[in-house]
Design a protein around this ligand. Structure first.
Ligand code: NAD
Length: 458
């Protein structure tokens, strides 16, 4: 790998602005070499007996658990996220590998009644798959792709975001130590426009699984289409947190701040549009103000911290542009002074649904409160967006909760809760939030090709 000064990448710790690591920056040659290694490793990995592949996946999960604290600290420092969150994320990464360890022996096909013989289907691995992931949840999002891809018998090239490559590199080392054969997992750290696009266009890459912005997803989708390449896309969001006047307002307001400000708002599932039924608005805002005031914002490595810093100066600049006077600032929380890319949790209210802060994914700790009158308006506002990733509904009326849940155009909804991701259930977007599903049994369909075989028995 080239290691001249121009090709070294400085990885910054966003809460301190210090250099956390320096590492070589890959280009097209390194991307091609990683694909070649993955291609060579594919036939042997595909032919590993299902039980043995399952055992290796479980070994990998155990190795991740054994290194969980170190991985969590590294992720917390590299992303600027609270250590408590990073610990939860590493536990989830191990759980994802354990979950998909069940897959190699359960990739079942069908037998289909036909005339003159027997017809059966097989789920075949695709070959080399490229995984391109963002900086907000680096290792969890990589694992959602990596575990089903490996379980189904594919080999992988993983490209982490340049801002946060460190845990992916650690995972590559841990996987080798745990017994994953050489070449099955290959991590390449390089720029999206160069390494990412090379992987998408590479003739030996059978599929691309991408998580990131809708703009880059659109570009990757177009490039993949030129090569008739399989692609899954997990993209942006602008999810609605719909709060009816009959809801448990203490619970709804108590959990609303972290539903937007968790991960400093850099969360594709952020419930960044808080829709509140007008009769409850005043009381909700007063409860929300207390909840925001009690948020602990600061040092990511402090166990009590609930919100850390933004990822970069550039991100902070972009987020600031949304607090521009177009909508009034109703609540402003605390944040440390520099160094570090800090931004205080901010609630805008009232916001019109056609204001920029309500239409665009801010990807920072800025929430827009949008008042509504009645169920029909709530549904219409929730759906008035190009996105459809996540969302919540708060009400004590069970029938209404289900009615509204069915009417909202979004991939993952919670009722009286703000959770989005569970390892065993499908996650993904409607509309411009993406294509395909991750997690649960459904993800395996995206890492296999369906083959039909007929045997004449006459
Ligand atoms: P990004 O789109 O800028 O980058 C994501 C990855 O794509 C990085 O590894 C980057 O290097 C690479 N990339 C950039 N340009 C590329 C190109 N032309 N070709 C190939 N690869 C390229 O996204 P980001 O800023 O890292 O992450 C934030 C975005 O990710 C937000 O929009 C967020 O909503 C989205 N996101 C979505 C989900 C989801 O599951 N739906 C989860 C997390 C983040």
């Amino acid at each position: 790998m080239a290691t001249s000064a121009e090709t070294m990448l400085k990885v910054i710790e966003p809460a301190t602005e210090e250099v956390l690591a320096e590492l070589p920056h890959a280009g097209v040659e390194e991307a091609d070499a990683a694909v070649a290694r993955a291609k060579r490793a594919f036939p042997a990995w595909r032919d590993v007996a299902p039980g043995a592949r399952a055992a290796l996946m479980r070994d990998l999960a155990a190795a991740i658990s054994a290194h969980a604290e170190d991985l969590a600290r590294l992720e917390a420092r590299n992303v600027g996220k609270p250590i408590a969150d990073a610990r939860g994320e590493m536990a989830m990464v191990a759980e994802v590998f354990n979950y998909y360890a069940g897959a190699p022996e359960r990739l079942l096909g069908d037998t289909i009644p036909v005339a003159g013989g027997v017809d059966m289907t097989f789920r075949e691995p695709l070959g080399v798959v490229a995984l391109i992931v963002p900086w907000n949840f680096p290792l969890p999002i990589a694992s959602w792709k990596l575990a089903p891809a490996l379980a189904a018998g594919n080999t992988v090239v993983l490209k982490p975001a340049e801002l946060t490559p460190l845990t992916a590199l650690e995972l590559e080392r841990i996987a080798l130590e745990a017994g994953l054969p050489q070449g099955v997992l290959n991590v390449v750290v390089g720029p999206g426009r160069v390494v990412g696009e090379r992987l998408v266009a590479h003739a030996d890459v059978a599929k691309v699984a991408f998580t990131g912005s809708t703009a880059v997803g659109r570009r990757i989708g177009a490039l993949a289409a030129e090569h008739i390449k399989r692609v899954t896309l997990e993209l942006g969001g602008k999810s609605a947190n719909v709060i009816f006047a009959d809801a448990d307002l203490e619970a709804a307001a108590g959990s609303a701040p972290l539903a937007v400000f968790g991960n400093a708002g850099q969360d594709c599932c952020a419930r960044s549009r808080i829709l509140v039924e007008r009769p409850a608005l005043e009381r909700f805002m007063s409860l929300l103000e207390s909840a925001v005031a009690s948020l602990r914002v600061g040092d990511p490595l402090d166990d009590a911290t609930q919100m850390g810093s933004l990822i970069s100066a550039n991100q902070r600049e972009q987020v600031s542009a949304y607090v521009n006077g177009e909508s009034p600032v109703a609540i402003r929380g605390n944040a440390p002074d520099g160094p570090g890319f800090w931004f205080a949790p901010t609630v805008l209210c009232p916001v019109a649904n056609d204001a920029r802060a309500a239409r665009e994914e801010i990807f920072g700790p800025v929430a827009a409160v949008i008042p509504f009158d009645g169920e029909a308006e709530a549904v219409s506002l929730a759906n008035d967006t190009i996105y459809g990733l996540s969302g919540s509904i708060w009400t004590r009326d069970g029938a209404r909760a289900l009615r509204v849940a069915r009417a909202i155009e979004t991939g993952t909804l919670s009722i009286n809760s703000n959770t989005s991701v569970r390892v065993s259930t499908p996650f993904g977007g409607f509309k411009q939030s993406g294509l395909g599903r991750e997690l649960g049994p459904h993800a395996l369909e995206h890492y296999t090709e369906l083959k039909n075989v007929y045997i004449a028995t006459g």
